[in-house]
Design a protein around this ligand. Structure first.
Ligand code: DC
Length: 236
């Protein structure tokens, strides 16, 4: 039996993961962060390059797609149940911290444009839902490609400046105008790459509920989604 699905898509740093986690907690669902699998394949690629003493630090450019996919499979890249959500494992070790490193972050967009990688990740995500678990899944193409029949689809946005400010605060830094501009430019570059790629570009599903959180507090945006979800999932 398939589980219920709430899909949360949106651009980088729109707060998808933290929102998805809080919504999942409120509803007793599990949170699946699809971006962590794209980051995981990026880390797999970086480790493959290092392992084989290959020059280059851009796995999307320096390794064939099939090598990447096979290495992800063979090295045991997976999301394992961990409390209310899932944690990323590689070679039997938790790797969530490493997945947020600047090197992985700067290489992941190119990895996510590779069709073989997308198909592999999508099949993993779908298998988890087929196992019957109710999930909140966040990403870029969850409502459009991975789970087009999701029970509820949310497209989360915020202005580039608001997103840049949140990213800087997350790192525990104070927000300086110069950093804000640089961060907003980096986010805009990733949004552009994610929205204009040929395969599964970032775009809202036609039936997605749009939620602009530029001036919203975190608790308010979580409540907005939970209130839309409750009637759907309490139907007999
Ligand atoms: O959400 P994130 O920053 O962890 O995502 C990392 C990268 O993976 C980002 O560049 C977009 C890509 N991604 C994607 O293409 N499709 C998804 N469903 C999730 C992430």
């Amino acid at each position: 039996m398939s589980g219920g699905v709430i899909a949360i898509d949106g651009p980088s740093a729109s707060g998808k993961s933290s929102t998805a986690r809080a919504v999942a907690e409120a509803l007793g669902f599990a949170h699946l962060d699809s971006g962590s699998l794209y980051r995981g394949v990026t880390l797999v690629g970086l480790r493959e390059l290092a392992r084989h003493g290959m020059r280059g630090d851009d796995p999307a450019r320096d390794l064939p797609p099939e090598t990447l996919r096979r290495a992800a499979e063979d090295r045991g890249l997976m999301l394992q149940p961990d409390g209310a959500g899932f944690a990323a494992y590689l070679e039997g070790e938790p790797v969530d911290d490493e997945l947020r490193s600047p090197t992985v972050t700067s290489r992941v967009s190119a990895i996510s444009a590779i069709p073989v990688v997308r198909e592999w990740i999508n099949s993993r995500l779908r298998a988890m839902v087929r196992a019957g678990q109710n999930v909140v899944v966040d990403g870029r193409d969850i409502g459009t490609v991975v789970f087009p029949d999701a029970d509820l689809k949310i497209f989360l946005t915020a202005s580039a400046e608001a997103r840049a400010g949140r990213r800087i605060s997350q790192r525990g830094h104070t927000i300086e105008a110069e950093d804000l501009d640089a961060e907003a430019a980096a986010l805009a570059a990733r949004d552009h790459a994610d929205s204009t790629r040929a395969v599964a570009p970032l775009r809202p599903a036609e039936d997605a509920v749009h939620l602009d959180t530029t001036t919203m507090g975190f608790a308010e945006q979580v409540r907005f989604i939970v209130e839309r979800a409750q009637p759907i999932f309490s139907r007999p």
